[in-house]
Write a protein that binds this ligand. Structure first.
Ligand SMILES: Cc1cc2nc3c(=O)[nH]c(=O)nc-3n(C[C@H](O)[C@H](O)[C@H](O)COP(=O)(O)OP(=O)(O)OC[C@H]3O[C@@H](n4cnc5c(N)ncnc54)[C@H](O)[C@@H]3O)c2cc1C
Length: 319
């Protein structure tokens, strides 16, 4: 039977939903992802603060598609898409397509700050969220047996960079962890010495949200004793000291970077027009203008809304 072959790259919010919506369509689908699970990224910060286990936010793709007849899943990382000859390269072989859906998401953007990339912690995927969690728990353990007050305070100082939704959630959850959980688990530790500091380069938090929500978020974080430094840029982190743009320094072993993302690296190899943050410019139908058989969506795609603003990198947008 001559039915179209659709290759979907990425089983995040965008790719997963395309595959599910095509459940009954007369097509053959190959779904490719470098992980064999769908990850609910909005809850990664909970993994980072030991509130959830990784298995609670990652679901096996083969289980999701168990009953779907027109799909096969392949684990692997797509390294190249040949738009002219219509094939994708993966695991040393190639897969031809009639249509391809590129839903590869985004990765952390350090804006060229190597010291932050080396020394900072992240919450962008399971591995990074777990190393952040392990580091945080280690800091409390070490602080509990540290006699030097200055070192102990540094161990209990946590700097979160980026006042977007992820930074706000991470800082708030970390403050809750300290004041509601760790106070019980470490009764002899002076947790009134602990500090959660949120740095934001703008003059307000959560830019894409309405004014009232920004204010409510600010007040809520302050009530949770998060120190919010607005109009404050990060300049450097050497593993022991955070240096701010104005030269001020904060002694800490923990910097969590949530201040930027950019399109997944595979997008750079396409050789098509990219906009801010490396996202691929698409038509309102999500097709590439020169290649209507190619669709790009979710965090990987750049499309303006009715007000001339780029659609935000959010799961709801991807879906
Ligand atoms: C910590 C955090 C908190 C967030 N909180 C919220 C929130 O509260 N609300 C909200 O709406 N959004 C939130 N987001 C954003 C949301 O998760 C993303 O906008 C959404 O995941 C984008 O969906 P996507 O399908 O474009 O990409 P993703 O969901 O990132 O999926 C991309 C998939 O592509 C795969 N992939 C990438 N490159 C390749 C390759 N070369 N070969 C094969 N597979 C590849 C990846 O493994 C991944 O499975 C948050 C994100 C993070 C990181």
């Amino acid at each position: 039977m001559n039915i179209p072959h659709i290759v979907i790259i990425g089983a995040g919010f965008g790719g997963l939903n395309v595959a599910l919506q095509l459940r009954d369509a007369p097509v053959q689908i190959t779904l490719i992802d470098k992980q064999n699970y769908h990850l609910f990224q909005p809850l990664l910060y909970q993994v980072a603060i030991a509130g959830l286990l990784p298995s609670q936010i990652a679901y096996p793709l083969r289980t999701i598609f168990r009953g779907q007849k027109n799909i096969s899943f392949q684990l692997g990382e797509v390294t190249e898409i040949n738009l002219e000859e219509r094939y994708v390269s993966m695991n040393g072989s190639v897969i031809a397509y009639d249509y391809v859906v590129i839903a590869v998401g985004a990765e952390t953007n350090f804006f060229g700050m190597d010291s932050i990339q080396r020394g900072g912690f992240q919450v962008k995927d399971i591995q990074k969220a777990v190393s952040t969690r392990n580091h945080l728990l280690r800091m409390f353990e070490q602080a509990s047996r540290e006699a030097d007050a200055e070192k102990r305070r540094a161990m209990l100082t946590f700097v979160v960079v980026g006042g977007g939704p992820t930074g706000v959630e991470t800082a708030g959850a970390l403050a809750e962890l300290i004041h509601h959980v760790m106070v019980k688990d470490f009764p002899n530790l002076k947790l009134n010495e602990a500090r959660v500091i949120l740095l934001e380069a703008n003059d307000h938090l959560i830019t894409p949200y309405p004014h009232e929500l920004r204010h409510a978020t600010f007040d809520l974080l302050r009530r949770e004793q998060v120190e919010i430094l607005l109009n404050t840029k990060l300049a450097d982190f050497n593993g022991q000291t955070v240096t701010l743009g104005d030269g001020r320094q904060i002694a800490t072993y923990t910097l969590i970077w949530t201040a930027g993302i950019k399109g997944a690296p595979m997008l750079d190899s396409l050789g098509v027009e990219q906009a801010g943050a490396g996202r691929v410019r698409v038509a309102p139908t999500l097709q590439l203008p020169q290649h209507p058989e190619v669709f790009v969506l979710g965090d990987a795609a750049y499309l303006l809304n009715g007000d001339g603003q780029p659609l935000p990198m959010l799961s709801t947008v991807a879906i």
